[in-house]
Design a protein around this ligand. Structure first.
Ligand SMILES: O=C(O)c1cc(=O)[nH]c(=O)n1[C@@H]1O[C@H](COP(=O)(O)O)[C@@H](O)[C@H]1O
Length: 271
């Protein structure tokens, strides 16, 4: 089954458009995990099991694992999610971008080493830098379009032929690069007007990964109104810190579950 099909199925079976972002920062872990060799894996496993009933996918952020020399724990986590929550696709947030020969290695890293279902990719270097990911048939390739951070405007809002760069990216993804239906786009919840413009440009079938709710302050009703497709789906609405660190105490799993449930419900109330 392709990533897009997995995602649609997961939206239906879980009744949730929430993606739980896995950005494990050991300085914010609960005291009970102190001193454990595999504490990054243990923390993420606790979060995954607690939030799976309220989420449709998981998005591990590779930098948190690599910075802690914990890529082995990311591998173990991806295996754990596939085995224990097989209906929840894994989106590896890596934001890679490089010439084709190097991109081939990044694609192997995402799809062979970590067995991710989709990966985030920076499209700035053009089609030959994206093609090696698309060569993995059925895998999702999620291209940065209008990112959630304020500095994203520095380049993404520059106009060419009267059209901002982020809409050129949306157009390329929709019209030229999506021959096998593998493309999706990242658009921040912090920019609902641009989110609406991207949805209008790409139509109903392209999934949008939407970070920026929770810790970055994006408005959930405005996000859903701008980003949903005609069936009220089409969105992976992602939250990391607001769920992961809902409590730093003994109740960390219960608090994460409650934050995920509340976020799912707020999204569904706006659909
Ligand atoms: O690709 C992403 O996931 C991403 C794109 C973007 O435009 N903004 C953004 O915040 N992200 C990621 O989404 C997560 C947001 O985390 P929280 O702000 O804690 O929910 C981080 O892992 C970011 O790297």
């Amino acid at each position: 089954m392709s990533f897009t099909q997995q995602l649609s199925q997961s939206w239906t079976t879980t009744g949730s458009l929430l993606t739980v972002g896995l950005d494990p920062d050991p300085t914010r872990f609960p005291a009970e995990l102190a001193g454990r060799a595999d504490r990054i894996f243990d923390f993420c496993r606790g979060i995954v099991d607690a939030t799976a009933p309220y989420a449709s996918s998981f998005k591990p952020q590779i930098a948190y694992f690599a910075a802690a020399r914990a890529e082995d724990q990311l591998e173990a986590l991806c295996n754990y999610i596939s085995e224990n929550h097989p209906g929840h696709p894994i989106i590896l947030d890596a934001k890679r971008g490089d010439i084709g020969s190097t991109a081939e290695q990044y694609a192997r890293e995402a799809f062979e080493r970590y067995e991710a279902d989709a990966v985030t990719v920076n499209p700035y270097m053009g089609f030959d830098s994206v093609q090696p990911y698309l060569a993995w048939r059925g895998k999702g390739v999620i291209l940065l379009c209008r990112t959630s951070n304020p500095g994203g405007s520095d380049l993404q809002f520059l106009k060419s032929d009267g059209v901002p760069l982020y809409l050129h990216v949306a157009g390329l993804a929709a019209d030229k690069w999506n021959a096998d239906g593998q493309c999706a786009l990242v658009v921040g919840a912090t920019f609902p007007a641009e989110l609406a413009a991207v949805r209008e440009r790409v139509g109903d079938s392209m999934p949008l990964l939407i970070p920026g709710i929770g810790a970055q302050g994006g408005d959930i009703p405005a996000t859903v109104a701008a980003g949903r497709n005609a069936s009220g789906t089409g969105m992976m609405i992602s939250s990391s810190r607001a769920i992961l660190y809902a409590s730093g105490g003994e109740d960390w799993k219960v608090a994460a579950a409650e934050a995920a449930r509340a976020t799912r419900d707020a999204i569904n109330a706006a659909r």
